[in-house]
Each structure stands twice: as structure tokens, then as C-alpha cells.
Design a protein around this ligand. Sequence first.
Ligand SMILES: Cc1ncc(COP(=O)(O)O)c(C=O)c1O
Length: 372
Amino acid sequence: MNVPFIDFTEQYQAIKDRVDKGLKKVFEKGNFILGEEEKAFEAEFAKFCDCKYAVGVNSGTDALYLALGSLNITVGDEVIIPTYTFIATALCISYTGAKPVFIDIEENTYNIDPEKLEATITRDTKAIIPVHLYGQPANMDEIKAIAQKHGIAVIEDACQAHGATYKGTKTGALGDIGCFSFYPTKSLGAFGDGGIIVTNKEEINESIQMLRDYGRKDRYEHKVKGFNSRLDTVQAVVLSAKLEFLNEWNRMRNVHAAYYCELLKDVTAVKTPAIQPDRTHVFQTFAVRVPNRNKVLEQMKGKGIGVLIHYPIPVHLQEAYADMGHKKGDFPVSETVADEILSLPMFPHMSKGQIEYVCTTLKVLCRQGQNV
Ligand SMILES: Cc1ncc(COP(=O)(O)O)c(C=O)c1O
């Protein structure tokens, strides 16, 4: 049997008619940039997140970058992030000239550890970017309490957590600003790059509206040095069609995750995700921890199973950030998780048979090796 890491074929069938019709209209009208379909999608996504405003941009990376820009974060400032994340969380800070300050993660959720936060705050700290890794929200109450105490902004990196909730509140609406990616493999993915920023703050909305459109105040007047970072109308058509199914697709992912956990519960070598009772997980990624991960990865691939690693190298150990002078041992939890983590196939339309095959294979490999 072959089990791909992701297969969106059936997902495409569900939206095909609506996308075909929507795209035809856009092609006929030619309103490719900030057309009414894009505006409509922004309104739909804002509603989905229970936020007042949503601004479509080029990518999740740009969403984070423009969010920092709207807070005037610049050279000399510091922004705290977990080191265990996709590198874009750090890059967006570097683009502004500010300094990313890394901290370690919680062992159970793989999210930023609020207990390590306060010791890292300095007079230059301007923001914290918690990442809702794999689709489970970070410990937002504790993060927000510390941020409030120190007058620091909270920007959510919700690029992997569309529709997840923390104590009943949707991601994106938890901090001052929420940033999402629509990279095609995300649980809400475009047919290319895309991203969006949500907020309840009028001044932030106004600032980001300008920043994504050359700093434009109106047609010919440019108030700030902005960028060209807008969500294409054609992508908005696709995203609008998919958004209607997102709750259902997230529910399906949860059913699969529960089945994985059930089948793996007696395999002591495999550590399945720990879902916190006060939040919902949307399982953008289903990641387990296994000993001898690299060997298991190769063996699983050999059995026709699509497996990946999110992420084998924490950002503080990436060559791109060598200039910050970190070394192995600085953030031990992140480093251990990076050595053991393994992402198993996860997509809404996968079958029980596929999950059973993945789990049986993993079980055999773990037993064989005692090894592994
Ligand atoms: C946690 C995280 N942050 C930021 C990004 C960047 O998003 P994009 O690829 O749309 O630029 C991604 C996705 O790739 C991500 O997973």
C-alpha cells in the first residue's frame, strides 16, 4: 500500500464546480488584484475568526512581516519567538532589522513555554510571537498576562492553526494580531502562495491596508513606504470555496488523529500528541515522537508511507542564524523534540485503512528494533 503524506484529490472534487465558476468570472472581469471576490473572502475569513478585520496578503511570511511593520518594530527592537518553529517566524523579524530572541518550548504541546518568557524580556522587547504549532494553540492566557504586564504586543503565528480554539476563542482573535498562511499544504490552502492578517484593532487594520499596497492612502497618495503584498483575486476564489468546508475538514482531521492515537496507544516507543483540555487542535500536522527517528523515517518511506519532519533543526541552530552565536544545548527541549519528531500522513479524506497501515508499519518497526 502507498499512503501519501497529503492527498487533496477529493478535496478538489468538493470545490471544483464553485472554483471553476468563480475563476471564469474573474477571468472575464479581469479584476485580478483586490477584486470584489478578494474583499468578500476577507469578510468571510474575519467572520470565521470572530475578528473585525482581515487583510489578504501574499503569504504567511508577509503577514507576519507586515504585522510587525504595523507596530513600527524596527532596528534595536527585540521580538520573542519559540526556536522550535518554521524559520519564517524568525525571518519576518530579521527583515524589519529587529532581533529575534529565541526561547524553548513546552515538552507536551511543543509550543512556546510561558515559564521561560519573563526572564527573556528586556527594555527593547516589543512583541512576542507564539506559534500554534501543528494546529494546537499556545498557552495564550499566560502569554498574554506576561505581555500585558510588560506592555508588549502579541502577534499570533497561526499559520498552522486555521480554526483552532483556545478556551472557546478562535486563533487569530487571541492576540493583538493574527497571521495565517494559505500555502497549498495548509489546512486552508490556496492554489499558490497567500496569507491573511486578522485583528480587532482599527489602527492596525488601517496600517496593514496601507502597508500591503505600496503605503497607499488613496489612489495617488502614499503615506508610508509600503510593499506590494496582496492576496490575488483568483486565490480568494479558491479559498472562499474551501472555507465553507474547513470546519468539516478539521473535524475529519480530528477523527483521524483520534484513530491514530487509539491504534498507537500501546506502543510505548511512540509518543502521540497531547491535546490540552482547554483547546481544540486542528491537526494541520500529526506529529509523533519516536526513538531512532531518522532510521524509522527511512524505513517508513521504504514501505510506501509519506513521512516528513517538522522540524529537524530548531531555528537557533540554523546556519542562517549562526551570527546569533547559539550552540547545541541552549534550548534542550526543542533540540530533543527536533531529534525525535516525525510527521505522519494527515489529510481530511484519508481512509481508516491508510491509518491502519501506517500504524501497523510503525508498530512493527518499533518492535523489530526494540531497536528503533
Ligand atoms: C509556523 C509558520 N509560520 C510561518 C509560515 C510562513 O507561511 P508562508 O509559507 O505562507 O510564507 C509557515 C508556513 O509555511 C508556518 O508553518
